[in-house]
Write a protein that binds this ligand. Structure first.
Ligand code: ZN
Length: 448
């Protein structure tokens, strides 16, 4: 009996200390550079994928591009016993909605859902964009290959579907090509609205926008670093009184840098550091690049966690440019500038983040914290069905990452002896099978 207990204890502690799941390494290996290259080439070869471009041709324009994307998802689905629900989600955007909508246009997204076995209505979303543009945002006829911006993100979503559709997960995954990005983030708005109408329980959105450039306009060449943009707090609250109450709460209890999108960014960071230690994830504490936008924002506006994953070094001569040569510089977002081994790595970052998130039960909804004028902080949370246990995280208030943690087993409250509440930020995550963890939840209640 004693020996049995000892063996059990060793097994138990190994499984929770190692915290790596061999399946995740298989997923990294399965992402194909070759298929990404082929798909970006195919997308670039549609000539232009401008949102307002031709929809009837079979070879040129956004119509041909989205039909091809749908055909890829359909093929993937056939190969996995129809494991994907593939459909177009569309909204009419009327002429004059903004200056970039110069005629009525149907903004069409291509959606592929891989249903979870246990939480079919709980989703992690990976998005890329279908559309492209040149120097004049309203020029919908000129050649606009959009190889890096954003055929790479689109190809990444398709490739992730190929890889992850070979597995079964507890929660659902959505792979999506969004349209209308360059004209004003219309595809994201449409899908966020659709998600609300259909009561989707969204874990988060991984918006991939330009994941293939390693050679920056600053001269830096770097195939290891990538950026994760996240806004500090995410809310769809509009009632000024409630907003004021939330702000007051943050002033006294913290939380200014701990919104749900920020927790998602930290999750991507941690998962990358664990499974792809050769990579340098770089969290940027802002919504997006300075003054610029991306398709995670409409999801943030709707109250969902959403981040942007992208290269660290951009090349502006290869973004939103007419194809031309000027002063010896080749302008244009063309196929030959894309680095596919980097694109493969960032695709793998998405795939392993999603695989981890859909392999674990949901985060606790309610997390309370207490310990004012006491020597020890205590945390309390709601029980999550199917959880193997919970992990308490804490960090110095100036640290961007959850640096300290303690697995506390299958309990719903715990006191961290000697850890003073004033000096750290705290959070709680659910731990599921194979040691996978949910996103960390920052306390949303005070216990007295
Ligand atoms: Zn763009």
């Amino acid at each position: 009996m004693k020996r049995f207990i000892l063996a059990f204890t060793i097994l138990f502690s190994i499984s929770f200390q190692a915290q790596t799941d061999p399946k995740i390494y298989d997923i990294i290996d399965a992402v194909s550079e070759e298929r990404l290259r082929n798909d970006v080439k195919t997308l670039a070869d549609f000539g232009t994928r401008h949102t307002l471009s031709d929809t009837l041709s079979e070879t040129r324009g956004i119509g041909a591009a989205r039909r091809w994307i749908k055909s890829q998802f359909d093929t993937i689905s056939k190969d996995c016993d129809n494991c994907l629900e593939v459909f177009y989600q569309k909204d009419l955007v009327e002429k004059g909605t903004n200056q970039r909508i110069v005629k009525d246009v149907m903004v069409v997204n291509v959606v592929a859902i891989q249903r979870g076995t246990k939480y079919p209505n709980r989703f992690i979303i990976m998005s890329g964009d279908i559309d492209s543009r040149v120097s004049d945002p309203n020029d919908f006829t000129s050649d606009s290959p959009g190889a890096n911006d954003n055929a790479t993100g689109m190809a990444g979503a398709i490739e992730s579907a190929r890889v992850l559709s070979k597995f079964k997960f507890e929660s659902s995954i959505i792979y999506v090509g969004l349209s209308g990005e360059e004209q004003g983030l219309f595809g994201g708005q449409g899908l966020a609205k659709y998600a609300k109408e259909n009561n989707w329980d969204i874990i988060g959105v991984l918006n991939n926008d330009m994941i293939g450039n390693i050679s920056g306009v600053d001269g830096v060449i770097d195939n290891r670093t990538f950026r994760i943009f996240s806004e500090p707090i995410t809310t769809d609250e509009t009632d000024p009184e409630k907003l004021a109450r939330q702000a007051r709460g943050r002033r006294f209890y913290g939380g200014e840098v701990d919104g749900i999108s920020r927790q998602l960014a930290r999750y991507v960071y941690k998962t990358t550091k664990t499974y792809m230690p050769e990579m340098n994830p770089m969290m940027v504490y802002r919504l997006d690049r300075f003054g610029r936008g991306g398709h995670h924002r409409p999801f943030n506006d709707a109250g969902f966690a959403g981040i942007r994953i992208m290269e660290a070094h951009e090349n502006y001569t290869q973004q939103h440019q007419d194809i031309r040569t000027e002063d010896g510089i080749n302008y244009g977002d063309t196929f030959e500038h894309v680095n596919f081994s980097y694109c493969k790595k960032l695709t793998a970052v998405n795939a392993i983040t999603m695989a981890s998130l859909v392999s674990t039960p949901p985060s606790p909804k309610e997390v309370g914290i207490g310990g004012i004028v006491e020597a020890s902080a205590k945390l309390k949370w709601n029980k999550v069905e199917g959880a193997k246990g919970y992990k308490i995280y804490w960090r110095d208030t100036t640290s961007p990452t959850w640096d300290n943690s303690r697995f506390v087993g299958d309990v719903t409250e715990f006191t961290l002896e000697g850890i003073v509440i004033d000096n750290f930020f705290f959070g709680v995550a659910t731990v599921g099978e194979d040691g996978h963890e949910s996103m960390v939840v920052f306390p949303n209640k005070i216990i007295r």
